[in-house]
Design a protein around this ligand. Structure first.
Ligand code: ZN
Length: 395
């Protein structure tokens, strides 16, 4: 017995429109745990097909397939899946689709039905090969890949209204499911679908949520400071990070206004319920990416932070929640305020702007992601004396 053979000819063509063959100009903005000039100035080499947003659009298309089950218990799960994936991200109200996929896989496993069999059935495969390597029609691979993304998607809810989406694909993936599963035979697809590991374990997911929630707290504190630049003490904090020898108080009041407007945008992204954290599966096991904490694409349509290998490592000058929060604010400043990476905290010259250094004047600091992140850390009261020394900024 073979598996379902009804090919969806259109699915491949449909997929192609999301995968431009030409390399678009993709500007990725990074944060590293250690200073590495090579990484800083080497193009990161991603293509449009590598963007999460490209795959998101593909999921929406794949879920439109009429070859998902039209009878039986999968119907409501597929219906909710279609409603869950919206233009800008995911619909919180339909998160039950992800939970239902996981529950059904777990319930079937208790009856010795492997996840691959359950997921292929959900994708409309009515009969499975009894053994051996059987090729999988591309339409099946597209449909199961869409559900696989949802099965490994988590909505982390914290106290209050804070919500964060985390996509945590099994460790064996080396690309997004639609690309990774394409062209694989039954045995190899099954290996992926049966992999029940999770790139971000439960603790990691909790920590990512804490980092975004704490990031919002930092940003709100910094908004208070920048909203009242004439209040005693507030302008001093702005000057600490954004003034050089030529800066006037008027310049710093203008800088506070720029910061305040940008911080509002960052807060808006964190509160939006569309923010997604994932890793870039292509980078897994790549030694040249080992000291990358995180990156974003400034032009990506969906708000995605790619959290990479060094994020949870202990190699940074800041540790744990303080560092994770700093990275989140750094990355979202790229997204929301179009900041650049002129200088990192671990630069030997430190983060104090200097009129004599054309690479890091007051104007450059106001465009610099790590300056924004450190300013927010400072406004939140989380900096101790030694922290100022680390970045060579006078307290
Ligand atoms: Zn950066």
């Amino acid at each position: 017995m073979g598996i379902e053979t009804s090919e969806e000819r259109n699915s491949q063509q449909r997929g192609l429109q999301f995968i431009p063959s030409l390399k678009d100009e993709l500007r990725a903005f990074c944060d590293y745990c250690q200073f590495s000039p090579n990484q800083m100035w080497t193009a990161m080499g991603y293509f449009v097909k590598d963007l999460y947003t490209t795959r998101h659009a593909e999921i929406i298309q794949s879920l439109k397939s009429t070859e998902y089950p039209s009878l039986g218990g999968w119907v409501p799960v597929i219906a909710d899946s279609r409603l869950m994936v919206v233009h800008n991200g995911y619909n919180v109200e339909k998160y039950k689709a992800s939970e239902a996929l996981r529950k059904r896989v777990a319930a079937a496993s208790e009856k010795n039905v492997k996840p691959a069999a359950t997921m292929l059935a959900a994708a409309g495969v009515t009969s499975l090969p009894s053994s051996g390597s059987k090729s999988i029609p591309s339409g099946v691979a597209c449909r199961v890949a869409a559900l696989e993304m949802l099965r490994h998607l988590w909505l982390i809810k914290k106290s209050g209204s804070h919500k964060l989406w985390v996509l945590s694909l099994p460790e064996s993936y080396r690309d997004w499911p639609a690309a990774d599963l394409a062209g694989k035979d039954y045995d190899n697809i099954s290996n992926r679908l049966n992999d029940e590991s999770s790139h971000f374990g439960e603790d990691d997911r909790k920590h990512l949520s804490q980092a975004t929630q704490n990031g919002l707290k930092w940003v709100q504190k910094a908004m208070t400071v920048t909203a009242n630049p004439k209040k005693k003490g507030n302008l001093d904090v702005v000057k600490r990070w954004f003034s050089d020898e030529n800066s006037t108080d008027e310049d710093m009041q203008a800088a506070a206004a720029t910061l305040n407007a940008g911080l509002k945008k960052i807060a808006g992204v964190i509160k939006s319920t569309f923010l997604l954290i994932t890793d870039m599966p292509l980078d897994r096991g790549n030694p040249t990416k080992a000291s990358t904490n995180a990156f974003v694409f400034s032009s990506e349509k969906i708000d995605v932070i790619y959290v990479e290998a060094a994020f949870f490592s202990n190699a940074d000058m800041f540790k744990d929640l303080k560092n994770w929060t700093r990275i989140v604010v750094h990355e979202l400043s790229h997204r929301a305020c179009k900041t650049e990476d002129h200088r990192y905290r671990h630069n030997k010259a430190g983060l104090k702007p200097s009129a004599a250094d054309p690479k890091f004047t007051a104007a450059k600091a106001l465009e610099n992601a790590d300056s924004w992140a450190m300013f927010c850390m400072d406004c939140s009261g989380e900096m101790v004396q030694g922290d100022y020394l680390k970045v060579k900024v006078a307290p």
